[in-house]
Design a protein around this ligand. Structure first.
Ligand code: GLU
Length: 495
């Protein structure tokens, strides 16, 4: 096992964003490729944003997608949160003592200082900076309070935060795997709050401390954190630690090149799952949002992604999330699936729509699988199974277009009905064997051929002009089903 250790560190604010899943995926692919460890850490120190059950939801989404961590926070069989690994706890709110200790070290060494400024004062400073077009940052008001004053104000119970003391006019530089060399002058960096007045650390302190203590080698995260990284580099320096390698991923954008957000449609992994994206399809597509594989292969299994993935081929520019492409990729994975697996995945949609029952699932499995096999090539997302298989569940033949209706009223139809009935009279049940040569026999009996045979036949049975293979449709509908439809057409269109 290599010493590569990467972490996905979401905040439990409600649900797993599709961009978050991509970050987790890249973490996972990289760790697996190098035989390293992928860790799930929960960053829940922002109590204002805390959402109940969000942690569970995150883990469920990641597990569903097959982006499963080696260490960190898991759900046990009873659905309870458990932690596994030697670097725990992996939930930041359970590590407050650790942050406190590290914060004290920074205060002692003079790298951090308490700040008693009120919200109002900070707002006034900001207003002034805004008015004079200066960079908005803390003005250093509490930077040089004496030890006595600090002690006295703390003893008096005044509220305070603790800030990082950025040095004056030094360049802070690092090499990002994707962005390359990044350098910023410390004068352009704010004195970051490390501990809030509620005693909780901010993300910045907690993440840096944890990344070090958990021996994280690569920090892979969204590029919105790039501006914070100089603070993280400097914090590592203050502690005398070597900073991990930073890898800032391009943002996932919508078609308008804006950050993919809830306002413009689905962003939660759970929503994609509900719509009927398969985990294989979603993962395959997400891998391609930002990363371009060598060669022209587009359809990848997870194993293939692990082998092919390369940060060197992740672009700096944002990756556009294209739903049409996602649908296409998803359809490819649906086609590759075994019918049995696809049946399991489609069944909940059919049950939900009232087309089949739980009992059918057990008792009519071969029939259901046969039905599913006829739509396998025709759906892009699983939920489409309901619409695509509707022809099997409708007892009436409803012409899809006036053209179909015209066809049902045409002269050849009664002849065709007669011939099909004669054929059906010879068997108990319709099976593949019987369907072999079926249309040849009908052709012989009616003299109709090609389009003139197949189009009206399909129209009579399904009310449509296009659809699954007719022999398969006969098998799925069964003798009674076909006879019922022939009777319906005879009653309603030929008289
Ligand atoms: N908790 C941060 C987030 O949810 C993690 C950022 C990081 O990976 O450092 O975006």
């Amino acid at each position: 096992m290599s010493n590569v250790r990467v972490r996905f560190a979401p905040s439990p604010t409600g649900y797993l964003h599709i961009g978050g899943l991509r970050t987790a995926l890249y973490d996972y692919l990289y760790a697996k490729q190098l035989g390293g460890n992928y860790i799930l850490r929960i960053e829940d120190t922002d109590r204002n944003r805390f959402v109940d059950d969000a942690m569970k939801n995150l883990i469920e989404s990641l597990t569903w997608a097959g982006v499963v961590h080696d260490e960190g926070v898991f759900l046990n069989e009873a659905g309870e949160i458990v932690q596994k690994g030697e670097y725990g706890p992996y939930i930041q709110s359970e590590r407050l003592e650790i942050y406190k200790e590290h914060l004290d070290r920074l205060i002692e060494s003079g790298h951090a200082y308490p700040c008693f400024c009120s919200k109002e004062r900070l707002e006034t400073v900001r207003e002034q900076q805004r008015a004079s077009n200066e960079m908005m940052k803390y003005d250093g008001h509490c930077r040089s309070l004496s030890k006595e004053e600090i002690d006295a104000r703390m003893a008096a119970g005044e509220e305070y935060v603790v800030r990082l003391r950025m040095p004056e006019n030094v360049d802070i530089a690092f090499d990002d795997t994707i962005r390359g060399h990044v350098s910023i002058n410390s004068d352009d960096v704010d004195d970051q709050v490390l501990m809030k007045s509620d005693g909780f650390p901010t993300y910045h302190l907690a993440a840096v401390v944890d990344d070090h203590l958990m021996e994280i080698t690569h920090v892979v995260r969204g590029e919105e954190w790039l501006v914070s990284t100089p603070k993280h580099i400097y914090l590592n320096e203050c502690f005398g630690w070597e900073a991990p390698q930073y890898v800032h991923l391009p943002t996932v954008l919508n078609k308008e090149k804006k950050k993919l957000s809830k306002r413009h449609g689905d962003v939660a992994v759970g929503d994609f799952k509900k719509k009927g994206y398969t985990k294989e399809g979603l993962i395959n597509y997400l891998a391609l949002v930002g990363w371009s594989p060598e060669g022209d292969q587009e359809i990848f299994s997870m194993e293939e992604l692990i082998a092919a993935f390369d940060f060197a081929r992740v672009s700096k520019a944002g990756g556009v999330f294209d739903v049409d492409k996602l649908n296409w990729v998803n359809a490819q994975h649906i086609r590759k699936m075994s019918v049995s697996e696809l049946t399991d995945l489609c069944a909940p949609y059919l049950i939900g729509a009232g087309k089949i029952t739980e009992a059918d699932l057990a008792e009519r499995r071969p029939w259901l699988e046969r039905l599913i096999s006829t739509v396998q090539e025709r759906i892009e997302v699983l939920s489409e199974v309901v619409e695509r298989s509707d022809l099997y569940f409708r007892e009436e033949v409803i012409p899809e277009t006036p053209e179909v209706e015209e066809m049902l009223r045409s002269e050849g139809v009664p002849v065709l009905i007669g011939a099909i009935r004669t054929e059906l009279a010879q068997v108990e049940a319709i099976d593949d064997e019987f369907m072999k040569g079926f249309f040849k026999r009908i052709q012989k009996a009616t003299g109709l051929k090609g389009k003139n045979l197949f189009m009206p036949s399909r129209a009579m049975i399904t009310g449509q002009l296009h659809g699954p293979d007719m022999a398969a449709v006969f098998v799925v509908m069964g003798r009674e089903g076909i006879e019922m439809r022939l009777n319906f057409v005879e009653e309603n269109f030929t008289k």
